[in-house]
Write a protein that binds this ligand. Structure first.
Ligand SMILES: [Ca+2]
Length: 498
């Protein structure tokens, strides 16, 4: 038995039929010419397995070009599916990143803007939308969302696939490779590559080796899940998605709007429907995922009520839009621009420090409206990754190290990068007259997006509550500044100490 799906302006539904060829032909002949037809696998609606890493930089995977990190199982998934080279989250922090992934809404509109924050009451998620389409929607691993009524996932433990009769959507939200890494195994600190945005010293190499070790452990978890999918006979009828979440906690990744923070690995395997080993450079973003899943599940994503007002079309719809046609190889482009938003409010310490960004396929515009005081968070107050102290030490005598440190803590109001020529966003072109028109164009687009979201910039930043942990970190900040005064005096104002 085959399932044929008809998509039209007024009607999108999945129909079963097992009649004769003539029945199919009659249906085809009565179908308006703009309708698209494709076959879903024989067993009906496909299952969905979404594997989400935690703080994994997209470029630290073999299939995204890493020469250092051993990820054979994720690489194999890429060879069997479609690999996206231009996928983004809008926020490089855990809670807002995954809440936009699960709701299809950007952070200001949903309310989940600060780290450790929750969406506003009444917001719906993929659990509601896929549940209405007959799916069992469950989650194993990390949550980092709220309130529970907006994310009523069925909880699962371990690395196993559901085996019930209903089609399933399982999110496996790994905690790997979030920092808190194991001792290095299989990676020699002397042999690895250190990217130019990091200070190349013994401490950085040791930290990278430990991070790489945990990425390889994550890769093994991916194998365990995919093996169970095969054992249960569901591999052929399951859409498997792997995405890396935001970039790692190494400086200039997580907690920023640089590509090292916002860009994400995104791989989709769908046997029979996605061309094996295909690649897409379409601009997609995390808010596009749930609309796409709704379409995969046979629903109409443009008719979904997200529970929040203020959609781009003025109703309660998603901020994102389905990229199913890209998966099917029918379209190459998707969005013209993708957006970024950041706040340090709620992230233990460091706020306020709002950042907004916009990016087309090549150029990136970043606005830091409260940049004067410097950027602070617990990564450059404590010694969380066990290498920041060494960077300050080296910065006293090494001008290159001093420049890397300065770039992290002291940024201009406007940044503009050519990401094709400068993928690590190290050369700010904001004052280059050749880009003046494009900068104004992107600024206006960014402002339109902020207006749609109800984002008032600094006012919105200051309305976010500070973290309850800020008070306990403040004395540590002062002590730390005092201990490193020589290095910091060159790069850092005292405003955040007041
Ligand atoms: Ca994370």
């Amino acid at each position: 038995m085959h399932i044929v799906r008809f998509e039209g302006e007024m009607e999108r539904q999945t129909r079963h039929f097992s009649d004769t060829f003539w029945t199919a032909l009659c249906l085809l002949l009565s179908t308006p010419c703009n309708l698209k037809i494709y076959a879903l696998p024989e067993s009906g609606k496909p299952n969905i397995l979404l594997i989400l890493a935690d703080d994994l930089s997209w470029f630290d995977l073999g299939c995204y070009g890493s020469k250092d990190v051993n990820t054979p199982n994720i690489d194999k998934l890429a060879r069997e599916g479609m690999t996206f080279s231009n996928a983004y989250t809008a926020t490089a922090m855990c809670a807002p990143s995954r809440q936009q992934l699960y709701t299809g809404l950007f952070p200001v509109r949903s309310g989940a803007m600060a780290n450790h924050s929750s969406v506003k009451p009444g917001t719906k998620s993929m659990v509601h939308h896929l549940g209405e389409l007959g799916y069992q929607v469950s989650l194993s691993g990390k949550e980092h969302f709220g309130p529970p009524a907006s994310f009523p996932f069925e909880r699962r433990e371990g690395l196993t696939i559901p085996s019930g009769p209903k089609p399933f959507c399982l999110v496996h939200a790994s905690r790997k490779p979030h920092d808190g890494w194991p001792d290095a195994k299989g990676y020699d600190p002397d042999e690895i590559t250190v990217a130019p945005y990091l200070v190349d010293n013994r401490e950085t190499r040791t930290a990278l080796s430990r991070y790489f070790t945990e990425i390889t452990q994550l890769d093994q978890d991916v194998k365990t899940l995919l093996d169970d999918l095969k054992t249960k006979g569901k591999a052929e009828n399951t859409v498997v998605i792997f995405t890396s979440e935001q970039g790692s906690a190494f400086y200039g990744g997580k907690w920023t709007c640089y590509d090292r923070g916002l860009k994400t690995a995104f791989i989709v395997k769908w046997p029979g429907l996605i061309k094996r080993g295909s690649k897409s450079d379409a601009l997609i973003q995390y808010v596009d995922l749930v609309p796409t899943l709704v379409e995969i599940a046979g629903g109409n994503s443009t008719q979904v009520d997200t529970g929040r007002k203020g959609a781009p079309g003025g109703r309660n719809g998603f901020d994102g839009k389905s990229f199913l046609e890209v998966l099917r190889g029918e379209r190459r482009k998707h969005n013209s621009h993708v957006y970024g938003i950041h706040t340090m409010q709620g992230a233990w310490i460091g706020g306020p420090y709002p950042i907004r960004s916009i990016r087309d396929e090549r150029y990136k515009y970043i606005w830091n409206p409260m940049h004067e005081g410097g950027f602070v968070n617990f990564n450059n107050i404590g010694n969380r990754l066990q290498c920041w102290q060494s960077w300050l030490r080296d910065a006293k005598t090494d001008p290159e190290a001093a420049e890397i440190v300065r770039r992290w803590v002291k940024r201009p109001e406007i940044e503009f990068y050519d990401t094709e020529k400068d993928p690590y966003e190290l050369s700010n072109l904001a004052k280059d007259p050749r880009y003046a028109k494009l900068i104004i164009h992107l600024k206006k687009k960014l402002e339109s997006w902020m207006a749609q979201q109800g984002d008032l910039g600094i006012e919105t930043e200051l309305s976010n509550p500070k973290s309850s942990k800020e008070a306990q970190w403040k004395p540590r900040l002062k002590k730390y500044y005092k201990a490193n005064k020589v290095a910091y005096d060159q790069i850092f104002s005292r405003r955040n100490l007041q």
